[in-house]
Design a protein around this ligand. Structure first.
Ligand SMILES: [Zn+2]
Length: 278
């Protein structure tokens, strides 16, 4: 592409860093106040290390995997590990009780033996989507959220999706009615007016401003309208349209009748949008 300053051709490269998820980390990830034993075989771990991390917390005195996180010494986990046994946070740190769903390990209180063989009640220290309740730390509506998914940006380049968004935009803007009328050839509506009754030979006239003229009728301008015939005559009215900014609606006012000023020779002095208000 041309350099905007020198005009010379320069090559441009782009890199993208697209987050798949935002995770807000907290000190809970490294807070181990009970100094619980921890197997931290992060990658690269051998298969033997992985199995040890998986099994050691569950291993009972007889070598069998009899521990399940119970709250008594015989069933409490024997230490913690990165591999599914990341339980460091003291249970009383959270205000809500343990989750009733046993599959939801994020909320469950488990027992873990510390290095002195004392059972400590702890909860999982991994990231939660919605954190469990913490006393005095709570937003107005809900507990703290730690994980947020990111909307896939890949869809922004999709032509079909762009069309759908354009259509959605059409339907949610003020121009949508005009656009639809022109695209679908819907005839424009007319705007009817009525004069008030005359003072001579009581009659009134109806008139229509056709839709195409309504669309072009700018606020604070006048337009000429010929009334329908009643009592053997018509009138040529000049009507002023003004926008009431407080309500967003237009008001209409009879300015001139047959070049004689506001009031017609037979007494029509104003117009109305319905035939029974004048
Ligand atoms: Zn008349």
């Amino acid at each position: 592409m041309p350099d905007p300053l020198t005009g010379g051709m320069v090559s441009v490269r782009y890199t993208y860093a697209i987050p798949l998820e935002i995770v807000y980390r907290t000190p809970l990830s490294s807070w181990n106040p009970f100094d619980l034993d921890y197997l931290d075989y992060y990658t690269p771990a051998t298969e033997a290390q992985r199995i040890e991390a998986l099994q050691r917390p569950q291993r009972g005195p007889n070598g069998k995997l009899t521990r399940n996180g119970g709250l008594i010494p015989s069933t409490a986990y024997n230490g913690t590990s990165y591999y599914g046994f990341f339980y460091w946070t003291p249970a009383e740190f959270y205000s809500d009780t343990a989750a009733s769903d046993p599959a939801d390990t994020s909320g469950a209180v488990v027992g873990v033996l510390d290095k002195q063989g004392i059972v400590r009640k702890v909860r999982a220290s991994g990231h939660q989507i919605i954190m469990s309740g913490i006393p005095n730390i709570r937003t107005k509506l809900r507990n703290i959220r730690q994980r947020y998914p990111i909307h896939p940006l890949a869809g922004d380049k999709d032509v079909g999706l762009a069309s759908a968004r354009a259509l959605k935009h059409m339907f949610t803007t003020k121009q949508s009615e005009v656009l639809l009328q022109s695209e679908l050839n819907i005839p424009s509506s007319t705007l009817p007016f009525w004069t008030n009754p005359s003072t001579i030979a009581r009659h009134f006239h109806r008139m229509n401003v056709v839709g195409s003229n309504i669309d072009k009728w700018v606020s604070n301008t006048t337009t000429m309208v010929t009334t329908e015939q009643e009592n053997g005559h018509t009138h040529r009215l000049r009507i002023l349209r003004t926008l009431d900014k407080s309500t967003g609606e237009f008001t209409y006012q009879q300015i001139d009748c047959d070049g004689l000023g506001q009031t017609c020779a037979d007494g029509h002095s104003k117009i109305c949008l319905t035939d029974d208000l004048c």
